[in-house]
Design a protein around this ligand. Sequence first.
Ligand code: GLA
Length: 336
Amino acid sequence: MKEKFGSLPNGIEASLFTIQGGGLKAVISDYGATLVSLYVPDRAGNLADVVLGYDTVEGYAQGSVYLGATVGRSANRIAGSQFQLGGKTFRLNANEGDNNLHSGPDYYHNRLWTVEEVDERHIRLGLDSPDGDQGFPGNAHISVTFAIDAQTATLRVLFDGLCDQDTIFNMTNHSYFNLAGHDHPQRAMEQTLMIPAEAFCPADAASIPTGEVRQVAGTPMDFRAPKPIGQDLHVEYEPLKLQGGYDHNFCAGGAVLKDPVSGRTLTLTSNCPGIQFYSGNFLDAMGKGGLHYGKHSAVALEPQFYPDSIHHADWIQPVTRAGEAYHGEICYQFSV
Ligand code: GLA
């Protein structure tokens, strides 16, 4: 189903597309290849919209907290806003101090994507990103597919890229989840999280990983057994103080989030080496239904290569060679 989402002063006319199956309903915009809403049943079959979002396309154009955003070519931070590849230096735009965050400021999530395929179960959105776009090398064609698998109640997000030069591809979706419903901000930190990671990456005050890969055992970062997110959030522990809560790369590509009250459970899997778990420490946005989304009112779970991995040769590199296919995959499976 296609509906108008509105227009922007720059002439962009955005649309909304609804795909559904297996009890799930997802609303996606071609503006930014954005996940706008995701309706999921609870134990009694009652639907709630479990992702944060805005009511209008202007909200997405002006927003600064990446609600539901498709992020690329390079998710997360690149220190010093430059990197070397094939003996050349590539300069990006600094949009967080001296560093580059989410490839900005000319974000993929502020562009109109082309609808390449759509039916009631899936939509594929495409983007041409020319050589030098955001500072990255090579002419790239990128597609993002949102597809519902009704049998398993799963929303899959597939990222495919092809570039004529060696480049960085590190795409993710930046949805914030609150399984009680986006309109129950006070319940987000009561939800339990399990991340099967033995280690995480401590970061400096600018959220750039220091290079250390630290064991989670005996620290508040240990989510190997499910625990309420709020349980250790305020423990005196330097990495939590530096980031104002959880905002770290965990060395695992998945997580399980559960709301004990509604029973809604999200099992997230991906083909990524890491996941950025962000407890919404700086969230501040006027969201859907005129609701204010404040600090800790939802969590972002962003599967990706380790942040700034391009500067850490010993980490899995986010590089795709010229003419090779890049494929990223995130599966959000729901159960009660
Ligand atoms: C971005 C990142 C999050 C977090 C916030 C901090 O949204 O994706 O992980 O670092 O910035 O504001």
